[in-house]
Write a protein that binds this ligand. Structure first.
Ligand code: SAH
Ligand code: SF4
Ligand code: F3S
Length: 470
């Protein structure tokens, strides 16, 4: 694919700014002050997309509310990764029939990954007639134009063409206040893991220009952001499509040269593309957090093959061994799927034994959920839900014991943390994160917010550490 086909042109983006102005002028003429309610589901990429929606809506003159009842525009920014995520969205759409009855002028919009599924857009078209606008992730950059079409034509608008995807630089963003920020370095996925819907809804892999990423990180550091996460479905293949001999470890090294007090994290890493060179770069770069989210999914080679993950248990464990050797104290996390079609109890227990062998700090664990249109959805799946639940519970119990033991070993130690929020524990009112992204609840005053401080760890449990400022 030619790069110039991937990048949206400056003229096309300028055109979207014109639509923003038209919408702002329309509301100014009505003397109404429009409010938008955006509900985002799913992963950090969707959260980052939600911040772009807010950026574009701000330019259109909108302010924001969390209450759908008082909103002129309601946006559901959806996730398709598991069936449960989709059910929640359909539930919310049902509730919105009532808000629309109260306020017939209300515009309802469904975007994000579910919107890109043909099955979903068809169902919305036929059965959810109160939804005015549906568009997939690939059309995000032209949201102002689509919204204008809804206001102007009063017709329902669907923009869900199956596209490889583009890159649009310079879309306005409204970021969360505080010290955390997300930077998408690439979009899409080429991997087609057999259980996963993402490649079907997010298009093909495409990397942003390194200069654009560097400029954005520089801006964030200058604005005071201190905990910056680089996002991509598989950051380890960053740059492959650029054909300039520039890869993810190069990007880490270049970002690391930016002066300031900040940490860089990244997610997700695919083990098939994780290399010793990546770990060498992480070890070398003082701004790169010594934390690695390396989703393994399964500890059994037959299941890994059926999942189309393209690495073996042995290869994965070798990567972990090298990473730990290079970065003593490295904090490891992973994603795991239990109950992939055809998985046996013995195979699931291979995953449990891998978890014990690696010694993860925490896991994101999921029971397999069939996604229509993926290869795995057509595979025989004989194990019962009850059996899968039993394996899942075993995995969680092993991980919880492991997390508790790893956390207890911190008691009495001093660690550097970044204070990044409030905690819901009144005795420890501040929330902070270690370099490894472990949650530390803190005693201390609010003026520490946004600062790096040294804390003495005084207590722990499965989920968190407790500490006092030294
Ligand atoms: N690109 C990332 C994953 C994004 S999806 C990566 O490869 O690491 C986040 C996680 O959701 C996956 O790692 C997987 O564990 C889980 N997941 C994806 N599809 C799933 C499905 N059909 N059922 C259950 N869990 C799933
Ligand atoms: Fe899904 Fe696999 Fe792509 Fe991750 S790498 S988004 S699990 S297909
Ligand atoms: Fe969900 Fe789409 Fe992310 S399917 S996990 S929101 S890429």
């Amino acid at each position: 694919m030619e790069r110039n086909q991937v990048l949206i042109s400056a003229e096309d983006l300028a055109c979207q700014q014109e639509f923003q102005k038209k919408i702002a002028a329309m509301f100014a003429a009505r003397e109404a002050h429009p409010r938008a309610c955006i509900d985002t589901f799913g992963c950090q990429q969707n959260v980052a997309d939600g911040q772009k929606l807010m950026g574009m809506l701000s330019e259109c003159g909108f302010t924001f509310t969390e209450d759908a009842k008082e909103a002129d525009l309601v946006i559901l920014n959806t996730c398709a990764i598991r069936e449960h995520a989709e059910q929640r969205v359909f539930g919310n759409l049902g509730i919105l029939t009532h808000t629309k009855k109260e306020n017939p002028e209300q515009v309802i919009c469904l975007c994000g990954c579910m919107a890109q599924e043909e099955r979903v857009s068809k169902r919305i078209k036929e059965s959810y007639r109160h939804v005015n606008l549906v568009f997939g992730p690939q059309a995000l950059w032209k949201f102002p134009e689509l919204l204008w079409q809804v206001y102007e034509s009063k017709k329902r608008v669907f923009s869900v063409a199956d596209e490889h995807g583009t890159i649009a630089e310079g879309i306005p963003v409204v970021r969360e206040k505080g010290v955390k920020a997300w930077v998408s370095i690439m979009y899409g996925c080429n991997n087609f893991c057999s259980y996963c819907i993402v490649p079907y809804v997010r298009g093909r892999e495409r990397s942003r220009d390194p200069e654009c990423v560097l400029a954005e990180v520089r801006e964030l550091v200058a604005a005071g952001y201190k905990d910056i996460t680089l996002l991509g479905q598989n950051v380890n293949s960053y740059g492959n499509d650029l054909d300039i001999g520039y890869h993810f470890p190069d990007l880490l090294r270049d970002i690391n040269k930016i002066p300031g007090e900040y940490l860089i994290r990244f997610m997700s890493s695919h083990p098939k593309d994780a290399t010793y060179a990546l770990f060498d770069a992480m070890a070398e770069c003082e701004h790169v957090a010594k934390q690695l989210h390396l989703p393994v999914q399964s500890g059994n080679d037959r299941v890994l093959k059926e999942m189309n993950r393209r690495y073996t248990r042995e290869k994965y464990l070798d990567l972990i061994r090298y990473a730990k050797e290079k970065m003593p104290g490295l904090v490891l996390t992973s994603d795991i799927i239990i109950g992939f079609p055809g998985e046996t109890e013995e195979e699931a227990m291979d995953t449990v034994s891998l978890v014990e062998e690696v010694g993860y700090d925490a896991l994101f664990t999921f029971i397999y959920s069939p996604r229509p249109g993926t290869k795995a959805a057509a595979m025989p799946d004989p194990a019962s839900r009850a059996e899968k639940q039993k394996w899942f519970d075993k995995l969680c119990q092993v991980q919880n014991d492991q997390s508790a033991a790893l956390h207890a070993a911190y008691i009495g130690k001093t660690v550097r943390v970044l204070v990044d929020g409030k905690s819901d524990d009144e005795n420890y009112p501040l929330a902070s994160r270690t370099e490894g992204n472990r949650l530390v609840r803190l005693k201390g005053s609010e003026d520490l917010m946004g600062k790096f401080v040294n804390v003495k760890i005084t207590g722990s449990n499965t989920w968190a550490l407790y500490g006092e400022v030294e």
